[in-house]
Design a protein around this ligand. Structure first.
Ligand code: IMP
Length: 213
């Protein structure tokens, strides 16, 4: 079995922005969002991205009896000691939307000069073959940038309108989806995760060949 012939893989995310990006990057693979399989979101109790990604993948694999991919991602701002970090999606409260979170970020950074507004998006992606997989494949992507003092651009989601991408002289909300996916923390993590899954499967294949199976 190769990655491209794996049966369905459940994607442990309910975030439409992330689902859109991950499906675009994994276009050749049979990915089904967990919302289509009635999976109830698990509580994100971890204090690190990797813990939360594993919690989400295990929950989806358990409920769907399928291999699962999960990501946990967020924005890490140096001037805020790493906040919003793992609570990026609920920075302004449990029922906050993207705009509330972005406005809170701008308030917290009021008066901070441009050169101290360094930040990065982090994405950890995990693949678990089943809920008790003791050895998940884990990949991380990092995307460096700066936080503006106002929102610019309509694309993407979350903090994209305030995330300045120095290499392209614009915010990530001004980048076409295909360009964002090529640069982003999520694009990098997915590429690395795909390579890890393929390598794992190649190792198993090589062992079988060595055994003459
Ligand atoms: P998660 O669902 O716990 O991984 O939450 C991730 C949160 O981090 C999102 O809801 C956004 O607020 C933020 N985030 C992660 N990736 C991006 C991105 O590519 N653009 C903008 N915001 C992002």
């Amino acid at each position: 079995m190769t990655f491209s012939t794996l049966n369905k893989i459940v994607l442990a995310s309910g975030n439409p922005g992330k689902i859109r990006e991950i499906q675009a990057i994994l276009a050749d693979h049979p990915i089904v969002p967990q919302s289509m399989l009635n999976v109830v979101d698990v509580e994100e109790t971890g204090t690190t991205f990797v813990e939360n990604a594993i919690l989400k993948a295990r929950n989806a694999a358990l409920h769907c009896k399928l291999p699962a991919i999960a990501d946990d991602s967020g924005l890490v701002v140096d001037a805020l000691n790493g906040a919003p970090g793992v609570i990026s999606a609920r920075y302004a409260g449990a029922i906050a939307n993207d705009r509330d979170n972005l406005n809170k970020l701008l308030r917290e950074l009021e008066g901070v000069p441009a050169e101290l507004r360094t930040a990065r998006f982090i994405c950890v992606m995990v693949f678990m073959e089943h809920a008790n997989d003791p050895c998940p494949a884990i990949a991380q992507g990092v995307w460096e940038g700066l936080i503006l003092d106002h929102a610019v651009g309509e694309n993407g989601f979350g903090y994209d309108p305030v995330f300045w991408v120095p290499s392209h002289n614009c915010t990530s909300a001004e980048l076409p989806a295909v360009v964002k996916n090529a640069l982003s923390h999520r694009g990098q993590a997915l590429k690395a995760l795909t390579a890890l899954i393929k390598a794992k499967q190649a190792d198993v294949g090589a062992t079988l060949v060595a055994l003459g199976e």
